[in-house]
Design a protein around this ligand. Structure first.
Ligand code: ZN
Length: 342
C-alpha cells in the first residue's frame, strides 16, 4: 500500500510518501480502506517527537480515520465488509478497572491511532472491532474523519469536566482550531452564550457563522477586558482553553466567581503562572481534560450524524501532499480541519 511515513522525528520534511507493507490482520481486527484522515496538532507533536515517548520507526501518523471495511478477522461479530465507518481515535485495553468502568481514556494503556499504533495516513489501516463505528450514508468521508477527535475532546471538556449548564456563559479560545469550532457549536446546542476569540476579521466572521454570540480579536483586543464588558463585569462561567502560555493570564482573569477553566492543550507553551489569591477567593476550578470515553464519542456523534453540528473542513489534500497539509496547520493558516485523502 501507499503510506505517508516518518523514519525519524523532525519538521514536515521527514514525512515521506512511499510504499509500505499492508497491515497484517489479527483475529480481533478489521481492515479498513482509508478514504479520509483528518490532521490534529497531535500529529505535529508526534512527528517532531515528544520527550519521553518512544515511537517505533517507521511510523504512520493520523488519528482521525474514516473509510470502508474491506476484511474482518475471524473473531469479529458486529462489523462486516463493505460498511462505511469511522474509527474511534482512542484505543485501550478494555479489561482494566478504568476501562470496564467506562473511563477508557484513563486506561494506563490508552493510546491513539497514529501514536501507539499505525494511523490513517495510509491506504489501509487495521483496527480492533470495538473502535469501528458505522456512519450514515449521507455523511461524506471527509466529514466523518474530521469529527471524532475534536468533538469528543470538546464534549469531554465542556460537559464531563466543566459540567457546563444550559444558559451559562462560555469563552472559547481560538475558534479557528478544530476543538474551538466544535466547542462553539456544542455550547450553542445547550443554549449557552458563547464568546469566541480568533485572529483577524476573516476568522472572526467564521466564528460568528458557527454561532458565536460575540467575537474578540485576540491579536488586537484585550480578551479579559472585552469579556468583562460583554458580561457586565461578571466574567464567564467556563473558559475553554487549549492555547496555553500565550492566553492563560487573560483566560483566568475572564472567569466569573466559581468559574471553571478547562484545558486540553498548550500549543503556545506549558509554563504558566497561577495566582493562588484569586484561585481561592474567587473559588475558581482549574480542570485538565484528555480526549474522552468511547461512550462519550457515541453520544456526541449522534449530533454529528443528525447534522445538528458539523465538522468544519478547512482544506483537503491528497495524501501525497502530506507535507503541505502539516505546514498549513503548523502556520495556523487553517480554519477548522485539514484532511488528507489517500
Ligand atoms: Zn484499560
Amino acid at each position: 500500500m501507499k503510506a505517508a511515513r516518518i523514519h525519524r522525528h523532525g519538521g514536515p520534511e521527514v514525512l515521506t510518501y512511499e510504499d509500505a507493507p499492508d497491515p497484517k490482520l489479527k483475529a480481533n481486527q478489521v481492515l479498513v480502506r482509508v478514504r479520509a484522515c483528518a490532521l490534529n496538532h497531535l500529529d505535529l507533536w508526534v512527528r517532531a517527537g515528544i520527550p519521553g515517548m518512544e515511537i517505533a520507526m517507521p511510523h504512520i501518523l493520523g488519528s482521525d480515520i474514516a473509510g470502508e471495511v474491506v476484511a474482518t478477522g475471524e473473531w469479529n461479530e458486529r462489523v462486516r465488509a463493505g460498511q462505511r465507518v469511522l474509527l474511534a481515535p482512542g484505543l485501550s485495553c478494555r479489561q482494566c478497572e478504568r476501562c470496564v468502568s467506562g473511563e477508557d481514556n484513563r486506561c494506563p494503556h490508552y493510546t491513539l491511532f497514529g501514536v501507539g499504533v499505525p494511523g490513517g495516513n495510509a491506504e489501509l489501516v487495521a483496527a480492533p472491532e470495538y473502535a469501528v463505528i458505522p456512519i450514515p450514508d449521507d455523511l461524506d468521508f471527509e466529514c466523518a474523519a474530521a469529527a471524532p477527535l475534536v468533538f469528543l475532546t470538546a464534549w469531554h471538556m465542556l460537559f464531563t469536566r466543566a459540567a457546563l449548564q444550559p444558559g451559562e456563559d462560555v469563552l472559547v479560545l481560538a475558534a479557528s482550531s478544530g476543538v474551538g469550532s466544535a466547542a462553539i457549536q456544542l455550547a450553542k446546542l445547550f443554549h449557552c452564550r458563547v464568546i469566541a476569540t480568533a485572529g483577524g476579521e476573516r476568522k472572526l466572521e467564521m466564528a460568528r457563522e458557527l454561532g458565536a454570540d460575540h467575537v474578540i480579536d485576540h491579536y488586537r483586543q484585550d480578551v479579559a477586558a472585552e469579556v468583562k464588558k460583554l458580561t457586565d463585569r461578571r466574567g464567564v462561567d467556563v473558559v475553554f482553553e487549549h492555547v496555553g502560555a500565550a492566553t492563560w493570564p487573560r483566560s483566568v482573569q475572564s472567569l466569573a466567581s466559581a468559574g471553571r477553566l478547562v484545558t486540553c492543550g498548550n500549543t503556545t507553551g506549558y509554563d504558566v503562572k497561577l495566582d493562588l489569591r484569586f484561585l481561592f477567593s474567587r473559588q475558581h476550578s482549574i480542570l485538565g481534560s484528555y480526549m474522552g470515553t468511547l461512550g462519550e464519542l457515541y453520544k456526541v456523534l449522534r449530533f454529528v450524524f443528525r447534522k445538528q453540528v458539523r465538522p468544519v473542513i478547512d482544506k483537503v489534500y491528497p495524501l501525497a501532499e502530506i507535507r503541505a497539509a502539516h505546514e498549513r496547520l503548523e502556520h495556523k493558516e487553517q480554519f477548522g480541519k485539514v484532511v488528507v485523502v489517500p
